[in-house]
Structures are given as C-alpha cells and as structure tokens.
Design a protein around this ligand. Structure first.
Ligand SMILES: Nc1ncnc2c1ncn2[C@@H]1O[C@H](COP(=O)(O)OP(=O)(O)OP(=O)(O)O)[C@@H](O)[C@H]1O
Length: 238
C-alpha cells in the first residue's frame, strides 16, 4: 500500500532538524567596556512553540539574532541537524536561512504595492518556482492562515492581524523547519494577537520549531515551552 506524501503546506516537508544552542553567548563592546548581552547558554529547541519572555534589554533579540545566524556568537555554536551554522561563512548562512528558516517581525513588512497573494508568491518567485506552481502554493498558504478570500487585497486593505497572518503565510513559503518570530503580536490588540498566536500554534503542531519573542505574558502562556531571559541569563520555565 502506498501512502500519500503529506502536503508541504500542512506539514514541514523537510526532515525536522533540531535547533541547538551550545554554550552560546554574546558580548558587545560598549564605550570603553563591554556588555554581556547573553550569558553562555545551552538549550535544544524542540518542535513546537517556544515563547521567550523577558524585560526590555534582557537579551531576547540578541538570542534570536544568534539563532538565525544574523549575528555571530562570542562563544558557542548554533547547530541545526548536521549543520553548524556558526562555522558557515556569511553567504552560506544566508543560503541555509533561505532553505530552513522563516521570519515574522513586529511590523509585517508586506510590500504595499503587491496584493496579499503576490506578497506570499514573492519569495517563491525569487526561488524560481514556475508561475502556476507558485500561485497554487501561495493560495494554499493563504488558506492555511484563513485568508483565502483576501488574496486580492492590498496590505492597506487588511487589518493589522490579517496583514500579520499574510506575513506568516509568506514566512512559510519556503516550507521552513524553523520559524523565528520577534514580537509578531506587538502591534495588535490582545484578541487579534491571540488569533495570530493560534496560527503560530497550528504551524508549530505541524512539526516545526517556532521560537516566539513576546512581552505579552498572556500570549506566552499559550506556548508549549517557555524560556525567560533576565540580564542576559536564559532559564527554562516549567
Ligand atoms: N549591537 C549592539 N551593540 C552594543 N550593545 C548591544 C547591541 N545589541 C544589543 N545590545 C545590548 O545588549 C543587551 C540586550 O539587548 P537585546 O536587544 O537583545 O534586548 P531585548 O530583550 O531584545 O530588548 P527589547 O525587548 O527592548 O527589544 C542590551 O543591554 C542592549 O543595549
């Protein structure tokens, strides 16, 4: 008996590599001295939704930037499956990110002159997918975030929550195993924020590793796993 392959939209199609932070730390120069933005920290981010909370300036974005390979650690490594992200040069890191990571930020950063559908299609165009395939996939992704009826709307015609859900659909275009979200609900009222969070939960339940930075404790409470950052020290909250 043959089993149909799972749709790439409903489950992350690539084998799910674990995301490991190994003795990861970051020290920044500050005036004459230094600031330890992140103290050495070892953790495996499991598939599912991990919320990272902590006060302003505690080191959350530093952690996310290191996990993404946007910034290089002072000590330690980021391992994704067999790949040591920290040892890759900048262009190889960018390449790896394109294939394995999706990003959602506080501002949805949608292109204002493109429709919702075209915004989701955009990374697929860059990836060289033929027009028919990329439109079909963009439609599936919009449906995944419950916005199949909004494909022709421009960002200015969408609510903040809808625009953020389009941004989530766009982040999933490359079928990444890892989704990093920095305050994606920061500009939304609490009800809309919970709706966006529920989309992230759906994505996480498909086997992806989703890391969510948030100031909002109610939003964080809905995650599967919890980390707290204080003065650069990361702790697991049970
Ligand atoms: N490029 C940099 N150079 C020097 N110091 C930095 C740099 N980036 C961050 N820092 C410092 O590192 C510490 C952690 O900053 P980080 O941005 O990670 O905090 P955060 O928890 O994300 O804050 P927020 O919630 O306000 O975004 C802060 O003291 C910050 O001033």
């Amino acid at each position: 008996m043959t089993t149909a392959a799972p749709s790439p939209v409903t489950s992350a199609s690539t084998a799910q590599p674990a995301l490991h932070a190994l003795n990861l730390s970051r020290v920044y120069p500050s005036g004459e001295g230094q600031v330890q933005a992140l103290a050495p920290f070892t953790h495996t981010f499991p598939p599912g939704l991990t919320a990272v909370v902590g006060p302003s300036g505690s080191g959350k974005s530093t952690l996310l930037n290191l996990l993404a390979g946007f910034d290089q650690p002072t000590t330690g490594q980021v391992l994704i499956g067999d790949t040591n992200l920290t040892l890759l040069d900048e262009s190889a890191r960018a390449d790896f990110r394109l294939k394995h990571y999706g990003f959602v930020f506080q501002n949805h950063n949608l292109v204002s002159i493109l429709t919702a559908l075209e915004n989701v299609e955009f990374p697929l165009t860059l990836a060289g997918l033929p027009p028919r395939e990329r439109m079909a996939r963009a439609r599936e992704l919009l449906a995944l975030v419950g916005l199949e009826a909004r494909g022709r709307h421009f960002p200015a015609q969408l609510s903040g929550g809808e625009a953020q859900r389009v941004a989530i659909a766009r982040a999933l275009a490359g079928d990444p195993g890892i989704l990093l979200a920095d305050e994606p609900t920061g500009n939304l009222d609490s009800k809309t924020g919970e709706l966006v969070l529920s989309q992230l939960q759906t994505i996480a339940r498909q086997g992806r590793t989703v890391v969510l930075i948030t100031h909002d404790r109610d939003i964080a409470a809905l995650a599967d796993h919890h980390l707290q950052v204080r003065d650069g020290v990361v702790g697991v909250v049970d």
